[in-house]
Design a protein around this ligand. Structure first.
Ligand SMILES: Cc1cc2nc3c(=O)[nH]c(=O)nc-3n(C[C@H](O)[C@H](O)[C@H](O)COP(=O)(O)OP(=O)(O)OC[C@H]3O[C@@H](n4cnc5c(N)ncnc54)[C@H](O)[C@@H]3O)c2cc1C
Length: 381
């Protein structure tokens, strides 16, 4: 069967759905989102949903700051409670090198309107009673950072997009994209060929595979990241507590569960999303070392998802020279949930007007064509 669409969005994760919603809000009609599974099957439904503005590079700070502004009003805008809670992000500092990085970038964050401040150990103990401060020399705290319930954000964007006329086809895998002689594209699923002038490729870790159909090479790699949740506990933890050096993060959900994860520098690149006992042991140790009183808390569930990692751990956004009407957003490297509201807004501006209200040229694919790339020191691997 052949159908036409003004825009086809590939991927029903937070980026695809929020982009479709923003495009519809800008007046685009006949938008079709193609999702190979159910809404939430990708990384978004598996993520920690943390939202922070504490970054080292100006570009990242600005994008995150603008995203927080959108998150603050998103429940009202979508008519759906996203459970965004601004308990702050507490970044633990355990050595002089980390201290130097944080102290060096804090003035930049403050100048850009992000209210991060350095806390001494007494202030940390007041903010998070029960946190083990052995080896902690200070912490960076931004009170307007926070986290959401990721499924609520997905469902909220999906419902709001549908209300604006967007068609979302689930269980519909894109198996090919072809450029046609007339400058439009054919996006094929098993049953339908969509003819469209605009393709928006937001398929998470599979974005590069979709791009490859059009001869576009995206240098991202998938990495499994595992995550776990404890039984519900009495509320005691307001901020998301993280360590850039040790790669862990913990937050307490509105239901009282401690949700957290810890990276593994030895994890090979793969598309596997199974769970491992090794992670469980590492995670249990990290949670017990960080909050000794949680030594007896029961971990009730673990799962895993993919980080789509780019060479500089920054997103890849925009179009591609020589492929008019083709756009992508990927390579979020474990931070794509927090940026999605602003990325969707900017991508929808780019697609409908050709320019963006905040520059994103520095994040285009062409930056990997040669020359060194800059990694943000605030990346949690
Ligand atoms: C354990 C874990 C913790 C994380 N914690 C955080 C965090 O605290 N904060 C944060 O900002 N980020 C976090 N992330 C990263 C975040 O989840 C991702 O960056 C973000 O969700 C990416 O959203 P997306 O819409 O681009 O991709 P996805 O959510 O992966 O969506 C892409 C969709 O495309 C679909 N798709 C793929 N191929 C096709 C095809 N051929 N046809 C049709 N559909 C297709 C997939 O099924 C999927 O639903 C975490 C990730 C993990 C795994």
């Amino acid at each position: 069967m052949t159908k036409t669409a003004d825009i086809v969005v590939i991927g029903g994760g937070v980026n695809g759905l929020s982009c479709a919603y923003n495009l519809a809000k800008r007046g685009v009609k006949n938008i079709v989102v193609l999702e190979k599974g159910y809404i939430g099957v990708g990384s978004t439904g598996r993520c920690g949903a943390g939202v922070r503005q504490q970054w080292g590079l100006e570009e990242n700070i600005i994008l995150a700051r603008e995203s927080v502004k959108i998150f603050e009003n998103l429940s009202g805008e979508l008519g759906f409670n996203t459970f965004f809670r601004q308990g702050g992000y507490l970044i633990l500092i355990t050595d002089e090198h980390e201290h130097e990085i944080v102290a060096g970038t804090l003035p930049l964050q403050n100048r850009l309107g992000v209210p991060t401040r350095l806390l001494d150990t007494k202030e940390i103990a007041e903010l998070v009673p029960g946190l083990n401060l052995d080896g902690v020399i200070a912490a960076a705290f931004c009170p307007t950072d926070g986290f959401c319930y990721p499924y609520a954000v997905l469902w909220g964007y999906a419902e709001a997009a549908r209300r604006r006329g967007v068609t979302i086809e689930v269980n519909t895998e894109v198996i090919n994209v072809e450029a046609r002689a007339d400058g439009t594209y054919t996006v094929s699923t098993g049953t339908t060929a969509y003819q469209t002038p605009v393709v928006v490729n937001m398929a998470g870790a599979k974005t590069k595979d979709i791009a490859a159909y059009l001869g576009i090479t995206i240098p991202t790699q998938p990495f499994r990241h595992e995550i776990a949740v404890t039984e519900p506990l009495k509320p005691f933890l307001d901020p998301m507590v993280i360590s850039l050096k040790k790669g862990f993060y913990f937050s307490q959900s509105i239901r009282g569960e401690i949700v957290g994860g810890i990276g593994d520098e030895h994890e090979p690149s793969s598309y596997q999303t199974g769970s491992s006992p090794e992670f469980l042991l590492r995670y249990a140790k990290a949670i017990r070392d960080t909050f000794p009183a949680l030594g007896k808390a029961r971990i009730i569930r673990q799962w895993a998802g993919l980080y789509d990692v780019s060479p500089d751990a920054r997103p890849i956004l925009g179009g591609v020279d020589g492929k008019p009407g083709y756009f992508h957003a990927c390579g979020f490297s474990g931070h794509g949930f927090m940026l999605s509201p602003v990325v969707a807004r900017l991508m929808s501006e780019l697609i409908t007007t050709g320019c963006t209200s905040i520059p994103i040229d520095g994040l285009n694919l062409a930056r990997f064509d040669g020359g060194p790339v800059t990694k943000d020191p605030y990346v949690v691997g």
